[in-house]
Design a protein around this ligand. Structure first.
Ligand code: NAG
Ligand code: NAG
Ligand code: NAG
Ligand code: NAG
Ligand code: NAG
Ligand code: NAG
Ligand code: NAG
Ligand code: NAG
Length: 540
C-alpha cells in the first residue's frame, strides 16, 4: 500500500502539467474503421458482418475539419497495434481491441508514416492525439491460444493460467482470470511478472514517442492490479484516461490515484437513467456526482464525461424525445470533467463494436443496427444536434476564458429534484430537466445562489433568449418546453464568436474581473448508496 501511494504521488506530480493541458479540451472519440475512408468513398458497411469497412488514419486526416468545426480540440482513435487477422465467431478485429503484436501497427489502418501524418495534422491544428491502448490481454481465435502468434509475449508463462472470469465481486478473479470465451479468449497477461511489466513499459514509452501521442485511453483498467498502473503511466509520460467499468464511485475512487483520469462511468449510469424518459431521476445523478466529488482524488474535475459508450445501445435508441436528447447531450459539457463526444454500441461476447455519430442523430440500438459508418451521414454540419454540439463546445470555451477558476472549482448542484437540476460553474449555469418535449407541466429552476452580480444580464446560448439575475444575483427560470438552458452573462460572450454574438456586451469589463460574491457552500454530500448490480460490471 505504501509503495502504491508513493508511486502514484510521483506519477501524478510528473504528469501534472500534461493533465492540466488536457483539462480545458474536449475530445471527439471515433472508431478508425468506421469514421472516414482515405479516398472519400462510401463503401457499403454491412454492420452485421462485423468486418473491416475501410476507414483509415488518412481518412481521419481528410475529415479533421469536420471534427474541428464541431469545436473539438482532441481526437481519440481506436487502438493502433496489429490485431488478430481473419475471421472469428465474433467477426473481425475492425475495432482494434484484439491485440496480437504490440510492436507492429494495424496495416488495415495505414502505415507508420500515415499515423505520423495524422499526429502532425492534428498538432498543426493545435489538436491533440489520444490513442487507445490495451495492456490487460492479447487475443486469440483458438483455445488454448497459439502463444507463438503473440509478439513479444510468445510464451504461455507470460500469461495468467487460463480461467474465465466468473465472479465480478472477487477482485483476484477480475484481475487474473480471463475475459472473452473459448471461441475468442482474451489471454490475460501476467502483469505481476517483472519481464512482462518492463516490456509493456518500454513499449508504451516508444509508442508515445514514435507517434508524438498526446494522451492515452487505457482499456480494461480494473482487470490489472492497481499498483501496475503508476509505472506504466510514468513510462508513457503523457495524460492517461482509464476505463474502469463500474457504477459505484467507491469502486473507481482508488483508481483515481493511479492515473490522471477515469471515464466517468458511475455518472454515465445515472445520467442515462435520468434522461431516458420523464420518470428518470435527476436526484440520483446529483447523488452520484456528490459521491464522486467527495471520493475521487481531484473530485470530478479530472473525469472524462460522456453520454454514449462502447457497451450500450445509443442514447437515441432509448428515446427520440428531442428535449431529453438535448438535455442529456449537454451534461458532459456543463459539468466538472473533460467532455467526450463518444459513440455507442452494443457489445456481443468478447467484441468491441464502437461507432461515432451521436451528433448525426444515429439511433442504432442493438446488434447490428448500431453499427453505422459515419460516411453514411455525409458529415453534414447543418443539423440540429451538430449545432447543439458546436454551441456547447463554444459555451464551455467562453466560460473557461472568462474565469480562471472554472477548471479548478467543483460544480455546485442546485434545484435538485427528480425532474430538475441546475449545474453551477460560474459564469456558466446549466438548467436541465427531464420533463420531455411534450410536457405541458411547467418547469421551474430556482437558484438563489447562482452567484452573479446583481441584475446581471444572462443569455441562454441555446436560444439566445435573455434572462436577468435578480438583485442578489440569483436566477429563477420557468419553462414549458423541456429544453435545457445554458446561461452565460452577455459579458462572457464574444462579439466575434458564433453564439449569440449580437448580444455580446460591448465595452464592458470582463465578468472575470468583477467582484462577485462567492458562491454558496456545496449543497451537501449524500450518504453513499450501496447498490449492487453485478450484471453491469462486465468489462472487456
Ligand atoms: C487551454 O489552456 C492553455 C494554457 O494552459 C491555452 O494555451 C489554450 O488556449 C487553452 N485552450 C482552450 C481551448 O481554452
Ligand atoms: C469471413 O466471414 C465472412 C462472412 O461470415 C465470409 O464472407 C468470408 O469469406 C470469411 N473470410 C475468411 C477469410 O474466412
Ligand atoms: C499545417 O497547416 C498549414 C496551413 O493550413 C498547411 O499549409 C501545412 O501544410 C500544414 N502542415 C501539415 C504538416 O499538415
Ligand atoms: C477469488 O478468485 C481467485 C481466482 O479465480 C480464486 O483463486 C479464489 O479462490 C477466489 N476467492 C474467493 C473467496 O472466492
Ligand atoms: C422509464 O424507464 C424505466 C426504466 O427502463 C421504465 O421502468 C419506465 O416504465 C419508463 N417510464 C416511461 C413513462 O416510459
Ligand atoms: C431519486 O434518487 C434519490 C437519490 O438516489 C432517491 O433518494 C429517491 O428515492 C429517488 N426517487 C425515486 C422516485 O426513485
Ligand atoms: C418529442 O418526443 C417524442 C417522443 O417522446 C418524439 O416522438 C417526437 O418526435 C419529439 N418531437 C420533437 C419535435 O422532437
Ligand atoms: C469564477 O469561479 C469561481 C469558482 O466557481 C466563482 O466563485 C467566481 O464567482 C467565478 N467568477 C466569475 C466572474 O464568474
Amino acid at each position: 500500500m505504501l509503495r502504491l501511494l508513493t508511486a502514484s504521488l510521483l506519477a501524478t506530480s510528473a504528469l501534472a502539467a500534461t493533465a492540466a493541458e488536457w483539462q480545458n479540451r474536449t475530445i471527439y472519440q471515433l472508431v478508425t474503421d468506421r469514421f472516414a475512408t482515405p479516398d472519400g468513398s462510401g463503401p457499403p458497411c454491412d454492420t452485421g458482418d462485423r468486418k473491416y469497412c475501410g476507414g483509415t488514419w488518412k481518412g481521419i486526416i481528410s475529415k479533421l475539419d469536420y471534427i474541428h468545426d464541431l469545436g473539438f480540440d482532441a481526437v481519440w482513435i481506436s487502438p493502433v497495434v496489429a490485431n488478430l487477422e481473419g475471421n472469428t465467431t465474433d467477426g473481425q478485429a475492425y475495432h482494434g481491441y484484439w491485440t496480437q503484436d504490440i510492436n507492429s501497427l494495424n496495416s488495415k489502418f495505414g502505415t507508420a508514416d500515415d499515423l505520423k501524418a495524422l499526429s502532425a495534422a492534428l498538432h498543426n491544428r493545435s489538436m491533440y492525439l489520444m490513442v487507445d491502448v490495451v495492456v490487460n490481454h492479447m487475443v486469440s481465435n483458438s483455445d488454448p491460444p497459439d502463444y507463438s502468434n503473440f509478439t513479444p509475449f510468445s510464451k504461455e508463462s507470460n500469461f495468467h493460467p487460463e480461467c474465465f472470469i466468473t465472479d465480478y465481486t472477487n477482485q483476484t478473479d477480475v484481475e487474473q482470470c480471463w475475459l472473452g470465451d473459448k471461441d475468442v479468449p482474451l489471454a490475460d497477461l501476467n502483469t505481476e511478472a517483472d519481464d512482462v511489466v518492463s516490456s509493456l513499459n518500454s513499449w508504451i514509452k516508444g509508442l508515445v514517442s514514435d507517434y508524438a501521442i498526446d494522451g492515452l485511453r487505457i482499456d480494461t483498467v480494473k482487470h490489472v492490479r492497481k499498483d501496475f498502473w503508476p509505472g506504466f503511466v510514468s513510462s508513457a509520460g503523457v495524460f492517461t484516461i482509464g476505463e474502469v467499468l463500474h457504477e459505484e464511485p467507491s469502486y473507481l475512487a482508488p483508481y483515481t490515484k493511479v492515473m490522471d483520469s477515469l471515464l466517468d462511468y458511475p455518472a454515465w449510469f445515472t445520467l442515462t437513467a435520468a434522461f431516458k424518459n420523464n420518470t428518470g431521476n435527476l436526484t440520483a445523478l446529483a447523488t452520484t456526482v456528490w459521491q464522486s466529488q467527495a471520493s475521487y482524488l481531484s473530485g470530478e474535475l479530472m473525469v472524462g464525461s460522456f453520454l454514449e459508450n462502447h457497451d450500450q445501445p445509443r442514447f437515441q435508441s432509448l428515446t427520440q424525445d428531442s428535449s431529453l436528447i438535448k438535455n442529456a447531450m449537454a451534461w458532459p459539457f456543463v459539468q466538472d470533467g473533460i467532455p467526450i463526444l463518444s459513440h455507442s454500441s452494443e457489445r456481443i461476447g468478447a467484441d468491441h463494436h464502437s461507432y461515432p455519430g451521436q451528433e448525426q442523430g444515429y439511433t442504432g440500438g442493438g446488434d447490428p443496427s448500431n453499427r453505422e459508418a459515419l460516411w453514411y451521414s455525409g458529415y453534414i454540419e447543418d443539423k440540429p444536434l451538430v449545432t447543439h454540439v458546436k454551441i456547447l463546445n463554444e459555451a464551455r470555451r467562453l466560460a473557461i476564458a472568462a474565469n480562471t477558476s472554472f477548471l479548478t472549482t467543483a460544480a455546485l448542484l442546485y434545484a435538485v429534484s427528480e425532474s430538475t437540476l441546475a449545474v453551477s460553474k460560474p459564469p456558466l449555469l446549466a438548467l436541465l430537466t427531464n420533463v420531455g418535449n411534450i410536457s405541458t407541466a411547467a418547469t421551474t429552476w430556482n437558484v438563489p445562489d447562482a452567484g452573479y452580480p446583481a441584475n446581471e444580464v444572462l443569455v441562454d446560448v441555446l436560444t439566445c433568449n435573455k434572462v436577468t439575475a435578480d438583485n442578489s444575483g440569483g436566477v429563477l427560470v420557468h419553462a414549458t418546453s423541456g429544453e435545457p438552458q445554458v446561461l452565460l452573462p452577455t459579458s462572457a460572450l464574444s462579439a466575434s464568436g458564433s453564439i449569440c454574438s449580437n448580444l455580446a456586451a460591448q465595452g464592458q469589463s470582463s465578468s472575470a474581473l468583477r467582484n462577485v460574491v462567492a458562491s454558496a457552500l456545496p449543497v451537501g454530500i449524500a450518504v453513499a448508496l450501496v447498490f449492487f448490480v453485478s450484471q453491469l460490471t462486465f468489462d472487456f
